[in-house]
Design a protein around this ligand. Structure first.
Ligand code: HEC
Length: 203
């Protein structure tokens, strides 16, 4: 697990370069790390996200991926951005499209239908208080049999300059194989980890 997380951090280091491109006036690129995010309160997290979310939507939309171009109109399931250790120490949010409405109430062994899209966008907050849009992580349930090695889930990652960093069904699929490797741990919930309980809307 630790090793996976470490490898993942390396990849996100690269992804952070995308964030750098957005912050062109910033000279301290090497410091755009994700090791020590500030400890935001829920209120601060919400405020920061409110400030950034339009810009994030516009950036990810440059990827021209129809699956995600309206993700911010979907229900958001967390009450405030929360730290995701497994996705590079970023603050993340969870959105699901209409087809994936059953995501919140999945019973053991149940599967989401083809067309389900789960999106997690992210914000990087550095120790010295700088804030950047981070990568968007996506999972799409494909038609039965379309990708047996990933239980018909497609995994992709879009970085904040709009590039698709990797896509199990498109460019750089090899960069995305560790996604399913880790999500395998929750095969019983259709390979979804879900949201930490304390951040779940409605709790
Ligand atoms: C080391 C384990 C690990 C790796 C690697 C990983 N994830 Fe996750 N993923 C999680 C965990 C844990 C969650 C639950 C929320 C959280 O803590 O971030 C999650 C949540 C998600 C979600 C929200 C749906 C859900 O599972 O509830 C998406 C979408 C997602 N990950 C996409 C990806 C993509 C795309 C990759 C590869 C680029 C990836 N993940 C790699 C552990 C991992």
């Amino acid at each position: 697990m630790h090793q996976t997380t470490f490898a993942f951090g390396g990849l996100l280091g690269l992804a952070a370069l995308g964030a750098t491109a957005l912050a062109q006036s910033d000279r301290h690129d090497s410091h755009i790390a994700i090791d020590n995010p500030a400890d935001l309160t829920n209120e601060e997290g919400r405020r920061i996200y409110a400030d950034l979310k339009d810009r994030m939507a516009a950036s990810y939309a440059m990827s021209d991926m129809p699956e995600i171009d309206s993700y911010q109109t979907w229900p958001i399931l967390n009450v405030a951005p929360y730290v995701s250790a497994t996705h590079g120490q970023r603050y993340v949010n969870n959105y699901v499209n209409q087809a994936a409405a059953g995501y919140a109430t999945l019973k053991p062994g149940e599967r989401l239908p083809a067309g389900s899209v789960l999106v997690k966008d992210s914000i990087t907050v550095t120790d010295d208080g700088r804030i950047f849009p981070g990568a968007l992580f996506g999972m799409e349930k494909l038609a039965a049999g379309a990708s047996p090695e990933t239980a018909d889930w497609r995994y992709f990652m879009v970085i904040p300059d709009g590039s698709i960093f990797g896509d199990t069904m498109g460019d750089n699929p090899d960069l995305m194989t560790y996604c399913h490797d880790c999500h395998l741990a929750v095969a019983d919930r259709d390979y979804t980890f879900f949201i930490p309980e304390e951040y779940l809307a409605g709790n």
